[in-house]
Design a protein around this ligand. Structure first.
Ligand SMILES: C[S@@+](CC[C@H](N)C(=O)[O-])C[C@H]1O[C@@H](n2cnc3c(N)ncnc32)[C@H](O)[C@@H]1O
Length: 273
């Protein structure tokens, strides 16, 4: 399992999508009843202080670091009053956080997982927020409908990353912001840079937040373990720890050693000449 999690990116393209769907649908099936998991990312924490960057209502506190990753990713631009699309919204925790705290005019979350979208549609009741099932590589929207596109810890799974970048470019209005935040093997970061530029985007800001992700995993470790003990069957708990990035897992080690890098971009679709 450790190998599967770490080498997922090298799998044949035709296997990636079905595997991802099965895996995510299984995770979702584990978190019924007292729902605990609205975010599925490794989180963000500043390197100094107590690890907090934002004020949260009490009911948002339990998944603080996931929310902080979204806050960091979206704060590269101002999305208030804007039409925002998120691709790979998962269980919608980030969409709900941004829709409530960053005041976009509209926020649409898209995900490949039908179970994820069902969860989001039944779980959130925010007037400016809705969810639609769809694939990153063929977004179910007309051209130039959005001012900003949010994509957090999802693009690495896509079987056609160039197809996704072309779609992101197509659905954004000229001047629109593509807020891309994700991990890549150290040797693949340069290729990512080239791919976004080849799609037509201008790189307006780039941040390497690997150390912030490690700090988030450190501070959040006990909560992650506690959740696993509550929700995951004992025989697969160790395997799941790989995915959750708990201390001692291969995923955690890959971030801590720098073999896996976590990056965050503000990309802009240039205004028409
Ligand atoms: C690690 S989760 C992150 C979810 C969310 N962004 C978060 O941070 O909580 C990755 C998400 O990407 C979605 N995903 C994977 N491949 C996709 C694709 N081709 N199109 C749309 N969503 C996809 C998965 O279903 C999953 O919900």
């Amino acid at each position: 399992m450790r190998g599967l999690v770490l080498n997922y990116v090298n799998m044949p393209r035709f296997l990636k999508k079905p595997m991802w769907r099965v895996w995510h649908n299984w995770i979702l099936s584990r978190d019924k009843g007292d729902v605990a998991l609205r975010f599925m990312n490794y989180g963000y924490a500043p390197l100094d202080g107590d690890g907090t960057t934002i004020e949260l209502a009490d009911h948002d506190e339990s998944e603080r670091f996931g929310a902080q990753l979204y806050h960091f990713a979206a704060s590269h631009t101002d999305i208030s009053g804007k039409d925002v699309l998120e691709v790979g919204c998962g269980r919608g925790g980030g969409a709900s956080y941004l829709a409530r705290y960053h005041n976009p005019k509209t926020y649409v979350g898209v995900d490949l997982s039908e179970k994820g979208i069902q969860f989001c549609n039944s779980h959130y009741r925010t007037p400016n927020l809705r969810f639609v099932r769809g694939a990153a590589e063929s977004l179910p929207f007309e051209d130039e409908q959005f001012d900003a596109l949010v994509n957090v810890e999802s693009s690495r799974a896509y079987n056609d990353i160039e197809g996704f970048f072309a779609e992101a470019y197509r659905v954004l209005r000229p001047g629109g912001a593509f807020l891309l935040t994700d991990m890549r093997l150290r040797d693949d970061v340069e290729a990512l840079d080239e791919q976004v530029k080849a799609a037509g985007f201008r790189v307006d800001a780039y941040y390497n937040i690997t150390e912030n992700v490690v700090r988030s995993l450190d501070i959040d470790d006990e909560r992650r373990r506690h959740l696993m003990r509550r929700k995951i069957p004992k025989p697969v708990i160790k395997m799941f720890g790989e995915f959750a990035g708990v201390r001692g897992s291969g995923r955690y080690a890959s971030f801590a050693s720098g073999a896996m890098q976590y990056v965050s971009y503000l990309l802009t679709k240039p205004e028409a000449a």
